[in-house]
Design a protein around this ligand. Structure first.
Ligand code: DX5
Ligand code: ZN
Length: 212
C-alpha cells in the first residue's frame, strides 16, 4: 500500500521538515491539496511552500479542487509529479488530460461522493490515477462515506478485467478501520491527513497503513 500524507493537516511553518519526516517514516507520496474558494468553499495555496521541497525525492501528488483546471495545473505543474483534477469541474475532460500531460505531469481524475463512478468510463484508457473522494472535498477531519468502498471495488474490477495501469486512490476520513475497508476493496493509495498529523505515533500509523 502507498501512503500519501495530506499536508492540509500539517504545520505549514515547518513544511519542508514535515515532508521529510513523513518520507522518512515510509510515505512514498505527498498529497498536496489545493482549493480555490469556488469549486470548494475554502482556499488553500501551497505555491509558496513547494520550492522548499524541490529537492525532496517524494512523489508529489497534487489534488486541485478548482474550477480553473488549466490555470492551476500550469501553476502547480513545475512542482508536481501528478495532477488530479475533478471530473465535476471540467467542460472538456479529454482536453484537460492532454493539457496536463503537455505540462509534463501524470494525470488523475477525482470524483466527489455524489458522482457515479460510471461517469469515468470514457476516460479509463487515459489516466494514471483515479481518486475516489470518500468525503465532500473541502476540508480535513471528516467521516469516511461508505459509498466510496463500492466505487473502489468497481474500479478494481474494471482494472483487473481490462488491464489498466492507473492507481486507485482514496481520500478523506482514512483511519485504521476505514483504511482496511478501502484496502480490501482494492485501494492502492491511501491519503491520510488528520489520522497522521499531530499524533506522536504518526510513524507507527504510516507503517500500519503501508502493511495493508
Ligand atoms: C479534503 C482533502 C483531503 C483531506 C483529507 O478535501 O482532499 O486530502 O486533507 O483529510 P483527512 O484524512 O483528515 O480526512
Ligand atoms: Zn485531497
Amino acid at each position: 500500500m502507498i501512503v500519501a500524507p495530506s499536508v492540509l493537516s500539517a504545520d505549514k511553518s515547518r513544511f519542508r521538515d514535515e515532508v521529510i519526516k513523513v518520507k522518512e517514516a515510509g510515505a512514498e507520496f505527498i498529497h498536496l491539496d489545493v482549493m480555490d474558494g469556488c469549486f470548494v468553499p475554502n482556499v488553500t495555496s501551497l505555491i509558496g511552500y513547494l520550492p522548499s521541497i524541490e529537492d525532496v525525492d517524494i512523489f508529489k501528488d497534487t489534488h486541485i479542487m478548482v474550477e480553473d483546471i488549466r490555470g492551476y495545473a500550469a501553476l502547480y505543474a513545475p512542482h508536481s509529479s501528478l495532477i488530479t483534477f475533478h471530473l465535476e469541474a471540467s467542460d472538456d475532460v479529454k482536453g484537460d488530460i492532454e493539457y496536463i500531460r503537455g505540462l509534463g505531469c501524470k494525470v488523475g481524475i477525482s470524483i466527489k461522493p455524489a458522482t457515479p463512478v460510471e461517469s469515468l468510463e470514457p476516460y479509463l484508457g487515459d489516466l494514471d490515477l483515479i481518486l475516489v473522494m470518500s468525503v465532500e472535498p473541502g476540508k480535513g477531519g471528516q467521516t469516511y462515506l461508505e459509498e466510496a468502498t463500492g466505487k473502489i471495488a468497481y474500479l478494481k474490477k474494471k482494472k483487473d478485467e481490462r488491464g489498466y495501469n492507473w492507481l486507485i486512490e482514496v481520500d478523506g476520513g482514512i483511519n485504521g478501520t476505514t483504511a482496511r475497508r478501502a484496502a480490501a476493496a482494492g485501494a492502492e493509495v491511501l491519503v491520510a491527513g488528520s489520522y497522521l498529523y499531530g499524533h506522536e505515533d504518526y510513524r507507527e500509523r504510516i507503517e500500519a497503513l503501508r502493511r495493508l
